[in-house]
Design a protein around this ligand. Structure first.
Ligand SMILES: [Cu+2]
Length: 227
């Protein structure tokens, strides 16, 4: 064998030992798997033609991986959300009419809502900021910078939630004053099933995450119907 093939094999074995063996050897190390992140797009396009679409919009994952959504829209302050609303929920979710000139009114209503927070209703704050409404209706605001990179919330989906929302995900460097610096949303799913998600700002944006059993092979397969 030539020298370069040997070099390749040695580095392959080296990488295999570092990355894979610890996972097999000790169940306690299973959390290494959690670092696997599949990146998905919420939005796209540019200032002239922003795209209201998820790519992919059909995601198959297992219970060990994280999915991280980001907003790759270029050159414009144009937010999207990734929002899971359980089909049988009785939550009232106000429609957001967002345009590039109504930031200040949105911020005003956000602060108004924060002052008289009702425990059972989704308000504008729960749309703009990362928020979970549990099965019993209690509202939790997630840390907007709680993920590994500190650029968005991280949430462990149990499967019983009525509402799980990313908050406004902005393109990097395109965040208007008064809004949290959120440019991503990372979710891991504990329970198998199909989870529908949508954008609160653009009703035409929707997709599904299908979570497969824990004994299915690691990794994520994608069928990109969004293209
Ligand atoms: Cu959107």
């Amino acid at each position: 064998m030539s020298r370069s093939i040997w070099e390749f094999m040695i580095s392959f074995i080296f990488i295999f030992c570092i990355l894979v063996l610890p996972v097999f050897q000790s169940p306690a190390n299973a959390q290494f798997i959690l670092s696997i992140v599949y990146n998905a797009d919420a939005g796209g396009g540019n200032a002239t033609i922003p795209l209201n679409v998820y790519r992919p919009d059909e995601i198959i994952t297992n219970q060990s991986a994280n999915i991280k959504w980001q907003n790759p829209t270029l050159g414009i302050q144009y937010p999207h959300t990734v929002t899971f609303i359980r089909a049988d929920t009785n939550l009232t979710i106000p429609k957001i009419s967002f345009n590039l000139s109504n930031y200040s009114s949105l911020i005003d209503s956000k602060f108004q809502n924060a002052q008289n927070d009702k425990a059972s209703a989704v308000d504008v704050t729960a749309e703009i900021l990362p928020t979970v409404v549990s099965a019993n209706g209690s509202i939790t605001y997630l840390d907007p910078y709680g993920n590994l990179g500190g650029d968005g919330a991280q949430y462990n989906f149990t499967g019983t939630e009525k509402y799980v929302n990313s908050g406004f995900i902005w393109p990097e460097g395109q965040i208007p004053k008064g809004f949290a610096n959120i440019t991503s949303f990372t979710v891991q799913f504990e329970k198998q099933g199909v989870y529908h998600f949508q954008c609160l700002i653009h009703p035409e944006m929707s997709g599904n995450v299908t979570v497969t059993p824990p004994n299915t092979p690691m990794g994520i397969s994608i069928s990109d119907f969004g293209k």
